[in-house]
Design a protein around this ligand. Structure first.
Ligand code: ADE
Length: 252
């Protein structure tokens, strides 16, 4: 049997640096403009790397993790823009379905169909997923994430009643920053909870190589005209801390 080795892919360099500082027996390998850190967290072998942004970059990074480092499972964390109106900034979304919203080879194939796979969405393997949902839900219920922030930070980022939601995430090479774009997306994918730029690409590679994966996203904005207003501050002050704590709670 393969040794358990978890790939930790982060969409934010700030989050990666927090996780890297926890590694025991840390080593670094630089390849293809990426820095891979190997080491141990909670007695489990891990490889930590910044995905880079977009579908091509993240698919390349995860392929490298699988082939060169032999990871047996993958955890991806990062931020996302809310599409569903019940989501608030700071909420956590865990994907049980992933779709590439910009994949459209009609009329040769159905809209969103992944060429040669004959699937329009991918579903992370259930066994690992359920365990992870339970652990993240427990962490949020015990206010283990929100308490990492000062009251001032909670207020200034409008974090209220943080929740964990499980559902569909849509990925594509586009940053959503208008209500019109959101409406157009909902018209073609009515169940989408949030958007980001990597998850479904990572899912496709993991599916093709039969590696178990989970995609976890922290809502950083509501994908409208204000999406970029506090984006960098949210990533550096909030999402990076949440991401490290989530990873710590999921490993071991
Ligand atoms: N990641 C975080 N916010 C996003 C947005 N509004 N659109 C796409 N990806 C995102």
């Amino acid at each position: 049997m393969n040794v358990k080795r978890i790939g930790i892919l982060g969409a934010m360099p700030e989050e990666i640096s927090g996780i890297v500082s926890l590694l025991k027996d840390k080593q670094e390998v630089i390849k293809g403009m990426r820095k891979y850190y190997t080491g141990i967290i909670n007695d489990v072998e891990v490889v930590v790397v910044f995905s880079r942004w977009g579908k091509v970059a993240s698919a390349t990074t995860v392929t490298h993790l699988i082939i060169e480092f032999g990871i047996t499972e993958l955890i991806f964390t990062g931020v996302a823009g809310a599409i569903n109106k019940d989501l608030n900034i700071g909420d956590i979304v865990i994907a049980d379905s992933l779709v590439q919203h910009d994949l459209d080879a009609r009329p040769i194939m159905d809209r969103f169909e992944i060429p040669l796979l004959g699937k329009t969405e991918l579903f992370p393997p259930k066994k690992n997923l359920n365990r992870i949902i339970d652990r993240v839900a427990e962490l949020v219920k015990n206010e283990g994430l929100i308490n990492l922030l000062s009251l001032k930070q909670q207020e200034s980022f409008l974090l209220i009643n943080q929740k964990v939601v499980v559902g569909q995430i849509a990925s594509g090479d586009k940053f959503f920053s208008s209500d019109l774009d959101k409406e157009n997306l909902l018209a073609i994918l009515p169940d989408v909870l949030c958007v980001e730029m990597e998850g479904a690409a990572v899912a496709q590679v993991c599916f093709e190589y039969d590696v178990s994966y989970v995609i976890i996203r922290i809502i950083s904005d509501v994908a409208n005209e204000n999406a970029v207003v506090n984006f960098n501050e949210f990533v550096s002050q909030v999402a990076s801390k949440f991401g490290v704590e989530i990873i710590l709670n999921l490993i071991g």
